[in-house]
Design a protein around this ligand. Structure first.
Ligand SMILES: [Fe+2]
Ligand SMILES: [Fe+2]
Length: 327
């Protein structure tokens, strides 16, 4: 709502309403005098609304305009008594001070929030960078899975900014638990033993534990923990089935598989988009939620290609390689 036309309209409407009530109720004692007095006190409301919802310059303008409006009204009944004049002038001045102070405080709070946001994004990039340093083959995978997940979420009608942010963060971090897998297994190019696979299958739990300690990433914890669950209950680590699996995890299970199929791996070449789509369709209602697969099938090929290209551009911008992942 910050700085939107709706916020401007709300401030303008509340100011106009107050000024109108103030103007139609006479200043002297009368039946409706209480309304007049209350209206006078309520002039702080548009000031605080402006400070909380308008851009800095607009809010400062309101901080001067509202006291001027108030003073204009007072001048029409300007008292002869110098003390009363001082009181009227003082009230207009107080309104201006309240408006400017609230504007500056809200601005400081907004800047601090933006800095925290930047710090979060940098921490996220640092965590993913740590994984990519250990296993360069996975470079780009996390960002592609995030881009595909956002596309799927959009197709499934998930529009809430906070839900999309949690989904993107979880998708970017979904394999972060591989940090806890020993190099001997993580970097192995040959066949892995059953014991090695058991170690690799611990990566959702390691990842969930890792992010669970960061309060701002807590919303991603369940999604990371559940990204290898299957709709039919044969996934890991908890063997959840159907709607027991968080919706976000069902979304990026499809995105993860799609990227795995269409990217180069040590044991297979990337398969064409159409063939990957067919493979995912075969797992509808088995590995994957049917609703997510249906959404996946509705997205045109051009949008997948665009999402892939955009995620690779942002990855190269961050200085990584373009190779794909192993698991
Ligand atoms: Fe994984
Ligand atoms: Fe993955």
């Amino acid at each position: 709502m910050h700085g939107t036309p709706r916020a401007v309209a709300t401030v303008a409407a509340s100011t106009a309403l107050l000024a109108a009530v103030h103007a139609v109720t006479p200043a002297g004692p009368h039946e409706w005098h209480v309304v007049h007095v209350v209206a006078e006190k309520l002039y702080v409301v548009p000031l605080l609304l402006a400070a909380g919802t308008l851009k800095l310059s607009w809010s400062l303008f309101v901080s001067l305009a509202v006291p001027s409006l108030w003073l204009n009204h007072a001048l029409r009944d300007w008292p002869a008594d110098p003390m009363l004049r001082l009181e009227q002038g003082g009230q207009a001045f107080s309104l201006a001070v309240i408006g400017v102070t609230a504007t500056l405080l809200f601005e400081r709070w907004r800047r601090a929030s933006a800095q925290i946001q930047v710090a979060h994004e940098e921490t996220l990039a640092c965590l993913v960078g740590a994984l990519e340093l250990r296993e360069p083959e996975t470079a780009g995978h996390s960002r592609r899975v995030a881009a595909y997940s956002v596309l799927l979420a959009d197709e499934l009608g998930i529009r809430s900014a906070s839900e999309c942010a949690a989904l993107t963060r979880a998708a970017v971090l979904h394999d972060i638990g591989k940090i806890g897998v020993p190099d001997r297994i993580l970097l192995e190019e040959g066949r892995l033993s059953d014991g090695d696979w058991a170690v690799i299958r611990r990566h959702p739990e390691i990842g969930a534990t890792l992010v669970g300690d960061l309060s701002w990433l807590r919303s991603t914890r369940e999604l990371i923990l559940s990204h290898h669950e299957r709709w039919d209950g044969h996934g890991y680590p908890r063997g959840l089935a159907g709607e027991e699996i968080p919706f976000g995890a069902r979304i990026f299970a499809v995105a993860d598989a799609f990227d795995a199929l269409t990217s180069r791996r040590p044991y297979h070449e990337p398969i064409p988009l159409e063939a990957a789509t067919e493979r995912i369709a075969l797992d509808r209602g088995l590995a994957f939620d049917a609703a997510v697969v249906d959404a996946f099938l509705r997205v045109p090929t051009a949008r997948w290609n665009a999402a892939r290209a955009a995620s690779q551009r942002s990855h190269l911008h961050h200085g990584g390689s373009e190779a794909a992942e192993a698991w």
